[in-house]
Design a protein around this ligand. Structure first.
Ligand SMILES: Nc1ncnc2c1ncn2[C@@H]1O[C@H](COP(=O)(O)OP(=O)(O)OP(=O)(O)O)[C@@H](O)[C@H]1O
Length: 237
């Protein structure tokens, strides 16, 4: 369970996150949607303890990230899929994370299998395609068998097959009772993946509900999004 409550973040006097509140619950895939610069990453960074809010609270299973005993066992995060050292082999990247978080080495093989990277495990990350880097990022997020997943733009740059793979995985993961929060500015790709939708624009939440509630009265999530954010197709993304 993720609970964001009245979070505000100010940079140089400007509110880039402005009184943001929403929850993401177990068994659901929640899409955190908004145009570029809307405040998605800033909010997720606060949730994951990488930045401090100016005010408000962001809790994972009732606790701020800093108070989680073994954070990787509670929440898996992918903020940028390509964060591994390019000269490292995929398997070594995962082993390093496992070791430094006291996660058993057997998990490395398991998550490689889960994301379909077993055959590429010994290839250096610099040779990975974007989709393979995203899979590696997901594998790292899954190492600690967390019940909560937070993914920033997980389908960005993926081809349709890569998007389908991630979508199928997240659906299954949520169906097992886990909590999934993912951000995106790609409405078309996300509509088929999410159960709940939170829309942020210029730092403020402009809509929050189930996919059906948000799209009611519109032809698609994309149309709803443009109506809610007042943006034009292609204007900012
Ligand atoms: N450290 C910082 N100092 C100043 N401004 C910042 C800082 N971090 C973020 N911002 C600004 O806050 C706003 C929100 O950025 P953020 O990255 O959260 O948006 P986003 O919705 O994730 O968009 P994107 O998809 O483009 O990353 C932007 O205008 C950005 O320039």
């Amino acid at each position: 369970m993720i609970e964001i409550s009245r979070v505000t973040k100010t940079h140089g006097g400007r509110r880039v996150v402005d009184d943001v509140s929403f929850t993401a619950g177990p068994g659901r895939v929640t899409g955190f949607l908004g145009p570029n610069g809307a405040g998605k990453s800033s909010t997720l960074r606060i949730l994951l303890g990488l930045d401090r809010p100016t005010s408000g609270t962001a809790l994972i299973n009732g606790k701020p990230y800093e108070s989680l005993g073994q954070p990787l066992r509670t929440v898996g995060a992918m903020l940028d899929g390509a964060s591994a050292v390019p000269e490292r082999r995929g398997v070594d990247h995962l082993r390093w994370i496992a070791q430094s978080n006291r996660i058993p080495a057997r998990r490395v093989d398991e998550v490689l299998e889960t994301v379909g990277l077993t055959d590429a495990a010994k290839v250096r990350v610099r040779k990975y395609s974007l989709g393979m880097k995203q899979r590696l990022g997901l594998a790292a997020a899954l190492l600690g068998e967390p019940r909560v997943l937070v993914l920033d733009e997980p389908v960005n740059g993926l081809d349709p097959e890569g998007i389908r793979t991630i979508r199928t995985f997240l659906r299954r993961y949520a169906d097992q009772g886990n909590t999934v929060l993912l951000s995106s500015h790609l409405m078309g790709e996300i509509a088929e993946t999410v159960d709940d939708v939170v829309v942020i624009n210029k730092g403020r939440i402009v809509a929050d509900g189930t996919l059906d509630e948000i799209t009611a009265g519109h032809d698609s999530l994309e149309d709803a999004f443009f109506a809610l954010t007042g943006s034009e197709p292609g204007a900012s993304w």
